[in-house]
Design a protein around this ligand. Structure first.
Ligand SMILES: *[C@@H]1O[C@H](CO)[C@@H](O)[C@H](O)[C@H]1NC(C)=O
Ligand SMILES: *[C@@H]1O[C@H](CO)[C@@H](O)[C@H](O)[C@H]1NC(C)=O
Length: 374
């Protein structure tokens, strides 16, 4: 990294740091755009990144109704599982001045040259095909197929060469795996799941890592050259998990603090994931593909463990409903909503608030800058 870039990056960090600590969610100012970076962003994964693809299919998991989106543009309930914008929405704005990402399945999707942010993600999808199948979400393999279709349409519209160039410059952002553990492997904790019958946990992790590697290879084969892969959040801190999982185990706490035995699963998986990404990086640098690891775990743990430093008061229950178990249709227009979502780390019982996403985003800016430069 040149000293100029380093200096610039430090300035951006300081600037963002000041933004976070001088403002609350409601008056959150837009990020300063680095105009010369104009790039597209393509997103794949689950409900942490789906801006509403599930609205257009028979998926079981939806959120295109109030109070979801209450802090979004025009208070729109887009299908995002939060009160406002998601990580890749900030990414889209930071890299390309798009205000937010669009779902690929939206029939009004505008195929545009050079700067665009399209998400292929689907809430409750995962690397394991069973995960999407259980809830009628779009499997990762189909998300990749949809990207191929998109690429063909883009080539028709702007020409092959320009479409390829746009894809080469774009940032590919992947966030999946949480639902593989939450839905497919652990389930509701009552009785063994199909996957538990088939795999011991370490074997299931290897199975997921292989599927992840195949997916990244698939993106690279389609021309992706800058790929950011997100690790798991601290799964033991997700409010609904704290509510439902057995607390009579060692380390479980009656105070609704994070479940250490579940957090150790996500922590261990994230270490394996980073090793796998390093192996993929050395394989794919031949074709010029750059891969980075986005940390969803440490920033979220930091916020949960030091809420006051970030201006949060609620760390273990969502803003919507009782905050203990409401997700999707259980968080609806009849549910009570907290007075100030910006004091909550979680919006519903599984998904961060916009303000939390913003903090996670800014703490990963160094990695993002590293992936897109050079
Ligand atoms: C998905 O589930 C259906 C039944 O609900 C089954 O017929 C199909 O084979 C499954 N597909 C995969 C890829 O597991
Ligand atoms: C709305 O949410 C409440 C809980 O907050 C739930 O009891 C009710 O069934 C939900 N309504 C629908 C239509 O799902």
């Amino acid at each position: 990294m040149s000293s100029y870039k380093q200096h610039f990056s430090i300035c951006v960090h300081l600037f963002l740091f000041m933004l976070i600590f001088s403002s609350r969610a409601q008056d959150q100012p837009p990020l300063k755009t680095r105009g010369y970076l104009f790039r597209s962003v393509y997103t794949f994964g689950d409900s942490f990144v789906d801006p509403g693809n599930n609205n257009y299919i028979q998926a079981m998991s939806k959120s295109n109704f109030p109070p979801y989106g209450t802090d979004f543009v025009n208070q729109m309930s887009t299908g995002r599982f939060s009160n406002g914008r998601l990580f890749p929405d900030f990414l889209a704005y930071y890299l390309g001045t798009e205000k937010y990402q669009q779902p690929y399945l939206d029939p009004t999707l505008n195929l545009r040259e050079s700067v665009t942010a399209v998400s292929f993600a689907s809430a409750t999808s995962g690397y394991d095909p069973i995960t999407a199948n259980l809830t009628k979400a779009i499997p990762m393999s189909e998300q990749l197929e949809n990207f191929k279709q998109y690429k063909v349409k883009l080539q028709k519209k702007i020409g092959r060469k320009r479409a390829e160039d746009q894809i080469k410059k774009a940032l590919f952002y992947v966030n999946a795996g949480s639902d593989d553990f939450a839905l497919s492997y652990f389930g509701d904790g009552k009785g063994q799941t199909i996957r538990q019958k088939q795999y011991r946990l370490p074997d299931y992790e290897q199975f997921l890592l292989q599927l992840m590697a195949q997916f990244i290879q698939g993106l690279s084969d389609q021309g992706a050259r800058k790929i950011a892969v997100t690790g798991l959040p601290p799964l033991g801190c997700i409010p609904v998990g704290i509510t439902l999982l057995p607390t009579n185990l060692p380390n479980a706490s009656p105070k609704r603090s994070c479940l250490d035995y579940v957090n150790s699963v996500s922590r261990d998986f994230n270490v394996l994931l980073q090793n796998q990404l390093k192996a993929m990086q050395s394989k794919l640098s031949k074709v010029g593909t750059k891969i980075g690891y986005i940390d969803f775990e440490q920033p979220l743990l930091d916020v949960i463990q030091n809420p006051k430093e970030y201006g949060f008061t609620q760390v273990n229950n969502g803003c919507c409903g009782s905050g203990l178990y409401e997700i999707g249709t259980l968080c609806n227009a009849t549910s009570p909503v907290c007075a100030d979502a910006s004091e909550y780390v979680f919006w519903d019982a599984a998904h961060p608030t916009e303000r939390t996403y913003f903090i996670i985003f800014t703490s990963n800016l160094g990695t993002i800058n590293h992936i897109i430069t050079g």
